[in-house]
Design a binder for this molecule. Structure first.
Ligand code: ADP
Ligand code: MG
Length: 368
């Protein structure tokens, strides 16, 4: 099965691009010393977009001293992202690679030795599970694949769009226990003690890959903005006089093709989960792609949740988690996590934010 880039992803790419090329807030007075300006003058802004990795639009913008320097770093970045895409791919097999697809097919027969990144990511998610964060459950593949199938069929043929039956969901819901994943650090292998269980790492894979790409980019470029669909990583201030990168928070009304706010950030990641990314419609009602493990249905408590912190994997994990929690539950969790800021858009259009988020969001900053 080959995957398709959604129209929404393209809209989000255009939004990010339009932000990148507009609204530079260069200082109006000259810098006290010429040195920073001279240094900045040595850098040009370059950008590259890739449509073939992670089922989304990926754009890297960075400052380099030459097109060649940028190209070298961009080649390596996209190669890295492509490696992670193959490892985390649940739909395609690749010769000799024990990727997610392979694990889901074979890990109930015998332990499967997996690439370090896949093992690491599962261990990372297990730590969160063990700490009691259970709304993002990567062991929920059995349920998520049912929704995936019905959504794909409903999108291909909207007149015949149907919902999965409660019985079908409940039967699959018997096979989503995280404890059925057995991990052996000695051999770096994974075994499923429940043969009907599968993994779905869609909630965290892009975040994990974004962190790895950012780690590389920090030593390859003086400043960069990497956008993987709804996951953005901003490394160092832009080398053009601005103090921050401008990252848009999408207006959930996609037709408007606008942002609801802009976050001014550097050395931060911004990740949004929204109900407008992937959905299908049955009897006039939208059914999107974030499933509440309690009800096994799309969660309706939020329209979007945007997380700002320094670790993209955590931001991705939390954007899904807080999408499933109520505002009060999510707020308590966010307030207990230093360095994690959140903006929620609720179904009635209310926008909520943590106190710290207000330092970054243009519409919320106190006029000084
Ligand atoms: P996006 O894929 O739009 O970036 P998310 O990061 O919120 O959005 O991830 C949603 C994906 O995660 C879904 O497509 C599905 O594969 C998976 N998923 C949905 N609900 C859950 C959940 N409760 N726990 C774990 N994974 C989930
Ligand atoms: Mg997520």
């Amino acid at each position: 099965m080959k995957r398709h880039i959604t129209q929404n992803a393209v809209v989000s790419m255009l939004l990010v691009l339009s932000l990148l090329f507009s609204g530079c807030t260069a200082p109006s007075s000259p810098a006290p010393s010429a040195t920073p300006q001279q240094e900045e003058a040595a850098y040009q802004k370059y950008s590259r977009t890739n449509l073939s990795v992670f089922d989304t639009v990926i754009t890297l913008t960075g400052f380099s001293q030459s097109q060649e320097d940028f190209d070298r770093a961009a080649d390596r970045t996209f190669a890295l992202l492509s490696e992670y895409d193959h490892i985390f791919d649940g739909y395609n097999e690749y010769e000799g690679l024990h990727n997610l697809y392979y694990v889901n097919r074979h890990a109930a027969e015998a332990p499967v030795v997996v690439p370090e990144a896949l093992y690491d990511l599962i261990v990372w998610c297990k730590e969160k599970w063990d700490a009691g964060l259970r709304e993002t459950n990567i062991a929920m593949g059995a349920v998520l694949s049912i929704w995936h199938e019905y959504r794909a069929a409903g999108m291909a043929n909207p007149d015949a769009a149907k919902l999965p039956s409660e019985a079908e969901l409940r039967a699959a819901g018997e096979h989503i226990d995280f404890n059925s994943i057995q991990l052996d650090p000695e051999t770096r292998s994974i075994f499923f003690s429940d043969p009907a269980m599968t993994l779905d790492i869609g909630a965290v894979a892009k975040g994990y890959a974004a962190d790895k790409a950012a780690e590389y980019l920090y030593q390859a470029m003086p400043s960069f903005l990497l956008s993987l669909g709804g996951n953005v990583y901003a490394g160092n201030a832009p080398k053009d006089g601005r103090e921050n990168w401008a990252v848009g928070v999408q207006n959930p009304d996609i037709a408007q093709n606008s942002t609801i706010d802009i976050l001014d950030v550097h050395d931060k990641t911004v990740v949004t989960s929204g109900d407008y990314w992937r959905y299908y419609t049955v009897d006039g009602q939208r059914y999107h792609h974030i499933i509440d493990p309690e009800t096994l249905m799309p969660s309706r408590k939020m329209v979007s949740v945007t997380i700002l912190c320094e670790e993209s994997c955590l931001a991705d994990f939390l954007s899904t988690t807080l999408f499933v929690l109520t505002y009060e539950e999510g707020r308590a969790l966010a307030d207990s996590m230093p360095g994690v800021e959140v903006m929620w858009i609720l179904p009635d259009g209310t926008i909520e934010a943590t106190e710290g988020m207000k330092q970054y969001a243009r519409s919320m900053k106190n006029p000084s």
